[in-house]
Design a protein around this ligand. Structure first.
Ligand code: PMP
Length: 362
């Protein structure tokens, strides 16, 4: 017999990353606009780049496995203790630690669908079961249906606010009511990968909820607003026993010294990050207003991206039009298209494609 992968692995849904420019496309006359992965279009924050250069000079050494400096810096920023913070290689790495740390084979993880593509992969890889609850008509989490989906086997609930790919946040009061209704033995993860882009008050005050409900776990990343996607670092805030468990399930040395130092420097440069985020938010509003004027029906997005619900016919047509224009967007079969909001010039190109496709449709 030949070596065989576990059944759970052969059956895994695949993570399809946002399309990247091929070398031919990069060399082409048309500039490629990379709007498929919700990255920051800004160059690295100068302080982060300097920290990376400094850390790189010591790359013959292993990083601090306990990431003490970074955990203390995050804790100080949020008003928690370092014992409540666990870091990992991207928030997706932390999420894997959460799921493998809490779920035995056959346990259930409830999440909205459509949401972040990695959720079902991490759940099924752990031998647990994905329980997908359809989004409501306004593209947001249907918290009543999610509460109803909880069973004896539910160990974790994943909430994504603002939701990727739809951009819709979960309102604070609704989330609090949900937490009151869910039994305290279920870990409720609030994935806030895009929280920096959300307008104040549009989503939950997750830290207040965390203080009131010890089964809440906040998940955040340096990949989006802080612009460190290529370095891979994210973190969870959770009750000390959970956070300790997450640190113990971590792959040793998974977060590099470069990533740890860049993340610390980025937190120190939060004002610069905020100014960049404000520019993206202005652009998001400008694009949404223009698209609405053209007759596109969009839900207001609180992320650094716009979501266009589209049947397969429209999606195929739009993907072709974006491709033709050298713009890479993320297409989701059966559901729609997600477009990252970036610099004004790229955003104008997106608007032009969408304006033209409205003209074609008439
Ligand atoms: N959560 C959500 C909702 C995301 O969209 C992403 C990235 N696409 C992540 C988590 C993971 O990001 P990272 O691993 O880079 O922190």
């Amino acid at each position: 017999a030949r070596p065989a992968l576990r059944g759970a692995v052969s059956g895994l849904p695949s993570y399809v990353p946002g399309r990247r420019a091929s070398s031919a496309e990069r060399g082409a006359v048309v500039d490629i606009a990379a709007l498929a992965s919700n990255e920051s279009h800004y160059e690295p924050l100068p302080a982060a780049a300097a920290a990376v250069a400094e850390a790189a000079a010591r790359m013959n050494r292993y990083p601090d496995m306990a990431a003490v400096g970074l955990r203390e810096r995050i804790a100080a920023q949020l008003g928690v203790t370092a014992a409540e913070v666990a870091v990992g290689p991207g928030s997706v790495g932390v999420l894997q630690q959460i799921i493998t740390g809490l779920c035995d084979a056959g346990d259930e993880v409830v999440f909205a669908w459509r949401s972040f593509e990695a959720y079902p992969i991490l759940v099924e890889l752990a031998g647990a079961r994905s329980v997908r609850v359809p989004l409501d008509d306004a593209e947001g989490h249907d918290l009543d249906a999610m509460a109803a989906a909880v069973t004896e086997r539910t160990r974790v609930i994943l909430l994504c606010t603002p939701n990727n790919p739809t951009g819709v946040p979960i309102a604070h009061d609704r989330l609090e009511a949900f937490l009151r209704s869910v039994r305290s033995g279920v870990l409720v993860v609030i994935d806030e990968a895009y929280v920096e882009y959300a307008d104040a008050g549009s989503g939950p005050d997750s830290l207040a909820l965390y203080r009131a409900y010890p089964n809440v776990c906040i998940l955040r990343t340096f990949s989006k607003a802080y612009g460190l996607a290529g370095l891979r670092v994210g973190y969870a805030v959770a009750a000390p026993d959970i956070a300790d468990g997450l640190r113990r399930t971590a792959l040793p040395f998974a977060v590099t010294a470069l990533a740890q130092q860049a993340a610390i420097a980025s937190l120190d440069a939060s004002d610069e990050m905020q100014a960049r985020v404000a520019a993206v938010r202005d652009e998001r509003a400008r694009m949404a207003a223009r698209l609405e004027a053209l007759g596109w029906k969009l839900q207001p997005s609180q992320g650094n991206f716009l979501w266009i619900r589209a049947d397969d016919e429209l999606r195929t047509r739009l993907v072709a039009a974006f491709d033709q224009a050298g713009i890479m967007v993320r297409a989701y079969q059966g559901d729609g298209i997600r477009i990252t909001v970036a610099d004004p010039a790229s955003n104008d190109r997106v608007l032009t494609v969408l304006e033209n496709s409205v003209l074609e449709a008439h």
